[in-house]
Design a protein around this ligand. Structure first.
Ligand code: P5A
Length: 446
């Protein structure tokens, strides 16, 4: 993309309404625009990162054997009357009437609707196990929408629902989600720690939240600091292998890590003093096992091998897809702007032309731009007629992990400059070498 043809409405001033860094940078980098409290338009660069995160979530869901579908945002109230949650949900639920005076709602989650789909189409234990998921907008009329996309009213969630015959099978689905989520967050360059948590309105007694450590997090957390060093890495996981999946879950939950709600003072002692930490965390996902809570009340049953009818065992699992943009920026920034991890960056690298209008410099930039695209990369070429300082400031603000700077002086020596946004370090090399280097970096980030 050529910046002169793109739509990147960068703000020079700090927006007064933004209290935390991710909100400030998302507004300043022209990624989002607020349309009402907690409701945002996703401008092109914000939308690009959102799609990138969605794509990683889809790929990792499919890798774990889960099946995508799409349910609507609007739901009939009657489904929620069946489960009893229509009244329970209170003011957080946005209630709407259609022209026939029927009660509708903008879904805050989809346990009822997926249970309805299941009971209409699945009848036998032979169709289990089954995990269906979608990535769809939700609405929760939060009392205090704040921090931009971190606590929105309209927000994008990946929500998945497992259907199993036995409790053991359902707990395997729970563990599979835990491992799959660890992979998902790692691919985005995030360390998200699974912590035992409270289940709230979703129900059930087995639940873990995934928290990204950041001083601006909404939950207080108690943890052994060695959990932050745990990594799945490139480990291949057989998601059907229960022992293997359970082993990974045990490894990642063996060290003490709890949110404040479930914090048990007597266990604190469980952490050696040298590793004891209290901090704050941003919740980027949560998984639940709730057994037959919805299948009982909504009549979702299957026939077993010996001909009996039993309610299906269930759990649900959520990733805060739009919130992740905020969490990523909280965890990756400096005082100049965002620093995108390679896995989610909106463009692979930036090209800064130091002397727009100079024939040789323009030609070198065009050559680089085309060579990067020919390698399947997606560069952002700053071809505006602007001062070098302004171009650097924009690149630093929008946070592309790599920048190639091209100017007449370097070109006279046959070199361009490759700069890492994270370390700030620069290296001179030929344009061809810079293209190869960028291609090699992204070969590790499919
Ligand atoms: C699990 C999937 C559920 O709703 N039902 C279906 C279960 N869980 S949850 O924890 O309530 O939400 C899942 C994730 O969604 C994100 N999230 C939000 N993101 C932005 N703004 C909000 N107001 C908001 N509320 C929840 C969180 O990341 C949460 O972990």
């Amino acid at each position: 993309m050529r910046l002169s043809r793109y739509f990147l409405p960068v703000l020079k001033e700090n927006p007064a309404e933004a209290q935390i860094v991710s909100h400030r940078y998302m507004l300043r980098a022209g990624m989002i625009k607020q349309q009402a409290a907690g409701i945002y338009s996703w401008l092109p660069m914000g939308y690009k990162v959102l799609k990138r995160i969605e794509q990683i979530v889809h790929e990792e869901q499919i890798r774990a054997g889960h099946i995508p579908l799409l349910m609507p945002t609007l739901q009939p109230a009657d489904l929620w009357r069946e489960s009893g949650r229509y009244d329970d949900y209170g003011q957080e639920m946005l209630r709407i009437k259609d022209r026939h005076d029927r009660d509708m709602l903008y879904g805050p989650t989809n346990e009822e609707m997926i249970t309805d789909i299941f009971r209409a189409h699945v009848n036998s234990y032979k169709d289990l196990p089954l995990t269906l998921y979608h990535i769809q907008w939700k609405f929760r009329d939060e009392v205090r929408p704040r921090f931009g996309v971190m606590r929105g009213r309209e927000f994008l969630m990946k929500d998945g629902y497992n259907f199993d015959l036995t409790k053991d099978d359902a707990l395997h689905a729970y563990n599979r989600h835990m491992v799959s989520y660890l992979r998902t967050y790692e691919r985005m360059g995030l360390t998200a720690i699974p912590m035992r948590a409270a289940s709230g309105p979703i129900g059930g007694d087995n639940t873990h939240e995934f928290l990204v450590l950041a001083s601006t997090g909404e939950s207080e957390v108690f943890y052994d600091d060695r959990v932050t060093a745990l990594k799945l890495g490139n480990r291949e996981v057989d998601f059907d292998n229960r022992a293997e999946v359970l082993g990974i879950c045990e490894e990642f939950t063996s060290l003490y890590a709890r949110t404040d709600e479930t914090h048990d003072a007597t266990l604190f002692d469980a952490i050696p003093e040298a590793h004891r930490k209290v901090g704050r965390g941003i919740e980027v996902g949560q998984i639940f096992y709730f057994g037959t809570k919805y299948s009982d009340s909504m009549g979702a049953t299957v026939v077993t091998a010996d001909g009996n009818r039993v309610p299906v065992e269930m759990g649900s699992h959520g990733i805060g897809v739009s919130r992740l943009l905020g969490a990523l920026i909280e965890a990756n920034h400096d005082d100049k702007g965002i620093i995108w991890p390679e896995g989610v960056t909106p463009f692979h690298c930036g090209i800064v032309n130091l002397k727009q209008g100079d024939g040789a410099t323009d030609a070198a930039c065009e050559g680089l731009y085309k060579a990067l695209k020919a390698k399947g990369l997606d560069p952002l070429y700053d071809d505006r007629d602007e001062r070098a300082g302004a171009k650097f400031a924009t690149m630093d603000l929008i946070g592309l992990p790599w920048r190639i700077t091209v100017g007449p002086r370097g070109l006279a020596n046959g070199v361009v400059e490759l700069t890492s946004r994270r370390s700030g370090e620069s290296e001179e090399m030929s344009a061809e070498a810079a293209v190869d280097r960028i291609a090699a970096i992204y070969a590790d980030h499919p």
